[in-house]
Write a protein that binds this ligand. Structure first.
Ligand SMILES: [Zn+2]
Ligand SMILES: [Zn+2]
Length: 592
């Protein structure tokens, strides 16, 4: 059975169970400043798991291409990839454990025909005051699984929330236990270096996780306890590459049809067999396949954000190619993909890098001990991404001081700390702090625009990078210079006042009553999270002017994250105001 057959069968199976197939999200999320890439099927659906009504209904199914930049270093074995496809199905307050586990079992057993004795499941054992998931355990047993094939694990393996373990969840946050499925490759011998005995979560490669059913059934309360949600959700995700490997009974995902032609091409261009240079070819195959998907989604190689990750993938692949065969021409890399426009982007990047790659590699052999300054020279002179240099020296047993590299970087580019932190996003340092500042500023900007232009102004979209915020809103004409100046002045005044940012969990009608804005055309099922910026009113306050927006300057539906006090934002400058379509304007602003 091919991967495409498996995908089709899965989608059809869940459509037959009353699900609607939804279009996958783009790899680069459009309205989520907190991440660079779509990394799971669940990610684009979080607002709906939090209670928003999905236009396609309560039962959804899709196949979502995913990219995980944080796994780049993990690639180079039989199962880790940065790019993969995740099959997913969801219940938004509809069916729960019994249906989900019975259906997913029927899918793997009856539709795919995987042998029962080689399927294992894991169930949450209970901890942090949360009970053991005996319900799932009983369901698995009733489906015919032997007790020997059911394993219990704690929060680190079988608990889901956006912030991890129950004690890490903030008030109002949702989460719950999950139940994973594993396939056993009986031909793989357990390696004692991973522990004295083998089990489904052992890393030796004998077991491969092929799916996970998450049961979102709890909400964190103010007193620290977890309360059962009235609307319980199911989120299932299973990697297509891994399911295909299980179907082939071959523990190497790079031997599935998804990678077949890529590996063959790499063998041809390098004149080397896969079995001889597995690790390097796995890296090249994964990175080129991931690059192809990113380029198709509009990413081009650059020194920041998603573009930097793409550059890293391509340049690391080039180094691996050269290590397999020192005479290889780098433009051979593009022969791995079929799309002409993707080829052109890869070739251009390879042209740029080939001018300096060999010299750089020669230079590297001369370096006896690496430090941040030398790593910077390799970056500056030869175009070696920092992480590639780091990897090359790690093989020699040498580590680089990353802070020293960054300091050098800032010195030479005369970059402000903010700007250099932006360059490093996704590559060298986490800039979530800057993104959080920009995001909080959009709340102030939204309200300031309403103050200046009137209450007909509503947010229509927003997009944030570490370098600027973009805010789209409804308004029917160009803003005057005076209006722009006033808006900017109000935002900066609110920042100077160092207002506190509060999160409240309320029900939707309550939120509407006190004048919270955002997303009112949607029907909410659950309690929702709103953020207020300002003093907020005392609970016993009767003052009429304080009833509006609960005494906050800004009050909006939002999931966060935000700074705690507006003073942390710094200062904002509006750099551009323009029309993007009839009745919709766009503002770009930067930290001044
Ligand atoms: Zn093992
Ligand atoms: Zn927000």
């Amino acid at each position: 059975m091919t991967s495409s057959d498996i995908r089709k069968k899965y989608i059809k199976f869940f459509i037959d169970k009353g699900h609607k197939e939804i279009a996958p999200a783009k790899l680069v999320p459009e309205n989520d400043p907190s991440t660079l890439f779509t990394s799971s099927g669940m990610q684009p659906l979080v607002p709906y798991l939090l209670g928003r009504t999905h236009p396609a209904g309560k039962r959804l199914v899709d196949s979502q291409p995913c990219f995980r930049a944080e796994d780049i270093e993990e690639v180079g074995d039989n199962r880790h990839t940065t790019f993969f496809e995740m099959l997913g199905n969801w219940s938004l307050g509809d069916y729960f454990k019994k249906e989900q586990l019975s259906w997913i079992w029927a899918f793997f057993r009856e539709e795919l025909g995987l042998p029962q004795e080689r399927l294992y499941v894991s169930v949450f054992e209970g901890s942090n005051g949360v009970p053991k998931d005996t319900e799932s355990y009983e369901i698995w047993k009733s489906l015919g699984l032997s007790e020997d094939n059911i394993y219990f694990y704690g929060v680190e393996k079988n608990w889901w929330s956006r912030f991890g373990a129950p004690d890490k969840m903030s008030v109002g946050e949702i989460g719950g236990p999950d139940s994973e499925m594993f396939f056993e490759f009986t031909q793989v011998e357990h390696d004692p270096k991973y522990g004295s005995s083998c089990h489904p979560n052992c890393d030796c490669g004998r077991f491969l996780e092929i799916g996970n059913s998450v049961f979102i059934q709890y909400q964190k309360q103010g007193d620290g306890s977890l309360k059962e949600l009235s609307q319980k959700n199911v989120d299932f995700g299973g990697g297509l590459e891994r399911i295909t490997a299980a179907m082939n009974d071959a523990p190497d995902v790079f031997k599935t049809d998804l990678y077949e032609s890529i590996i063959q091409t790499i063998e041809t261009v390098t004149g080397t067999k896969y079995e001889m240079e597995k690790e390097k070819m796995q890296v090249i195959a994964d990175h080129v396949r991931g690059s192809e998907a990113l380029i198709k989604d509009g990413v081009i190689p650059s020194n920041k954000l998603q573009g930097y990750i793409l550059r890293r993938l391509l340049r690391r692949s080039a180094v691996k190619l050269r290590q397999i065969n020192k005479d290889i021409k780098l433009n051979e890399l593009a022969t791995v993909v079929s799309d002409e426009s993707v080829k052109a982007v890869i070739n251009e990047e390879m042209d740029r890098f080939s001018r300096t790659l060999d010299q750089g590699l020669k230079e590297i052999t001369k370096i006896e001990s690496i430090d941040g300054k030398k790593a910077f020279d390799l970056h500056q002179t030869f175009g070696f991404p920092y992480e590639v240099t780091e990897e090359l020296f790690r093989y020699k047993g040498q580590e680089i001081d990353r802070e020293q590299f960054k300091a050098e970087f800032e010195k030479h580019k005369e970059l402000s700390r903010t700007a250099s932190a932006g360059m490093f996003k996704g590559g060298l340092a986490d800039n979530s702090e800057i993104v959080t500042k920009y995001h909080t500023a959009t709340h102030l900007l939204h309200q300031a625009l309403r103050d200046v232009l009137g209450p007909q102004v509503f947010q229509k979209g927003s997009n944030i990078t570490s370098e600027r915020l973009r805010f789209d809103f409804s308004f029917d004409r160009k803003l005057t210079d005076e209006e722009i100046r006033k808006t900017e002045e109000i935002v900066n005044k609110r920042i100077e006042e160092d207002l506190k940012v509060d999160r409240k969990i309320v029900n939707p009608s309550e939120a509407k009553e006190i004048g919270a804005i955002g997303l009112f055309d949607e029907k909410y099922g659950l309690e929702v999270s709103i953020y207020g910026i300002g003093p907020g009113f005392a609970p016993d306050s009767k003052a009429k002017d304080q009833r509006d927006r609960g005494g906050y300057y800004s009050l909006e539906f939002c999931g966060g994250p935000h700074v705690e006090h507006t003073g942390a934002i710094g200062k904002i400058k509006i750099v551009k105001e323009e029309a993007i379509s009839a009745g919709i304007r766009r503002i770009r602003a930067q930290l001044a």
